[in-house]
Design a protein around this ligand. Structure first.
Ligand code: NAD
Length: 352
């Protein structure tokens, strides 16, 4: 399972078991070149520990690049908790046990929410470690669920990309939102406010019904949403929306969403570009949440978060222009840029 193909190898992978609570977790620390590794805690069912580890490896690598590109003084890591098969587990105890695992890493890894975890879960983590963010919002506006920041960054990126492509605004654009969770539902709300016509999909029917009632959205079956006729696709579920099959059948002209690792493999960006589809690199556009989490952990302020999130659109446009001028795809361009920033981080640390 450690044969996972990466450009930069991981610094450490930790597997944790706790018999009392049923916790089985993986913490992958991809890089601490720029600072302590930070990344959310994904909670879902996995068929095996190898699957969970592979997910943690890939997600933590993306966190390194996301944090580097967003100009954060943090490295990349990710935690994955294998949801116990037995639904009767004690959730606060499980997360407190996970907090002890984070604490054992002595600040080399800081965690927060990701798909499947909540503010209440992070409160349970905070009982056993201070290396956690995404805690209830404070009076100064820091903290709370970071997902609305993620959704806002994606929305601003989408709007900027549409304008750069000469498409005017989002008013009247048909946008497909795959996954109506913490990020997808807020994004749908923002898009609805901007006049977009929404196609929505989720494996949870209550969320679909909510979006249909609230936004007048049209429901699309989960196996049809990626390839349905639309202007813009916003993957906001789990990874791999674009794989070797869907890459040939996507009809949207722009892919811009909140999900991590939307491409099953980075090379699929080449096929999208060949087909004239702009793929907005996932970790460039979905950095809003981690920007907010880092500010909370280090004690920043909301104005600084707003400024950094507002910069996501212009950074995407700069990437689109660089891809046009020098060739290459936006995702491979930002991969190179992020690796350069990480390499410079290592050089600085070695020189210090
Ligand atoms: P979430 O668990 O709240 O929502 C995910 C939603 O996707 C759920 O409603 C789920 O039912 C749905 N879903 C799962 N499989 C699906 C499928 N095949 N088709 C349609 N819907 C499906 O998670 P979230 O926090 O909203 O995160 C969504 C994605 O964004 C994840 O990939 C996450 O890693 C990424 N992300 C989240 C944040 C954040 O701030 N929460 C930040 C950066 C990236």
């Amino acid at each position: 399972m450690l044969q996972y193909p990466v450009e930069l190898p991981h610094e450490a992978v930790h597997l944790f078991h706790d018999d009392e609570t049923g916790l089985r977790a993986v913490v992958a620390i991809h890089s601490t070149a720029l600072g302590p590794a930070i990344g959310g805690c994904r909670v879902q069912r996995y068929a095996s520990e190898s699957d969970a580890t592979r997910d943690a490896l890939r997600l933590s690598e993306a966190m390194t690049y996301k944090n580097a590109l967003a100009g954060l003084d943090f490295g990349g890591g990710k935690a994955v908790i294998m949801l116990p098969d037995d639904g009767a587990f004690d959730r606060p105890k499980l997360f407190a046990a996970f907090g002890r695992c984070v604490q054992s890493l002595c600040g080399r890894f800081v965690t927060a929410e990701d798909a499947g975890s909540t503010v209440a879960d992070m409160q349970a983590v905070a009982r056993t470690t201070p290396h956690v963010a995404g805690l209830p919002q404070r009076a100064n506006g820091l903290g709370g669920d970071p997902s609305p920041w993620t959704a806002r960054g994606v929305f601003l990126a989408m709007r900027a990309a549409v304008a750069e492509q000469g498409g005017g605004g989002l008013d009247g654009a048909v946008v497909g939102v795959q996954g109506l969770g913490h990020v997808g539902m807020v994004l749908a709300d923002l898009l609805n406010g901007a006049g977009a016509k929404l196609l929505v999909s989720d494996i949870d029917e209550t969320r679909v019904a909510h979006a249909v009632a609230r936004f007048g959205a049209e429901r699309v079956a989960p196996d049809k949403i990626v390839t349905a006729p639309m202007d813009i696709l916003a993957p906001c579920a789990l990874g791999g929306a674009i794989d070797t099959t869907t890459v040939h059948r996507v009809q949207a002209r722009l892919i811009c969403g909140g999900a991590n690792n939307q491409l099953a493999h980075p090379a699929l960006g080449l096929e999208l570009a060949r087909r004239g589809i702009l793929y907005a690199p996932d970790y460039l556009v979905n950095a809003g949440g981690i920007i907010a989490v880092c500010a909370e952990y280090r004690g920043g302020d909301v104005a600084a978060i707003e400024a950094k999130v507002a910069d996501i659109g212009p950074r995407l446009v700069a990437t689109m222009r660089a891809a046009d001028q020098h060739g290459g795809t936006p995702n491979l361009l930002v991969d190179r840029q992020a690796r350069r920033i990480v390499a410079e981080g290592w050089s600085r640390r070695r020189a210090a």
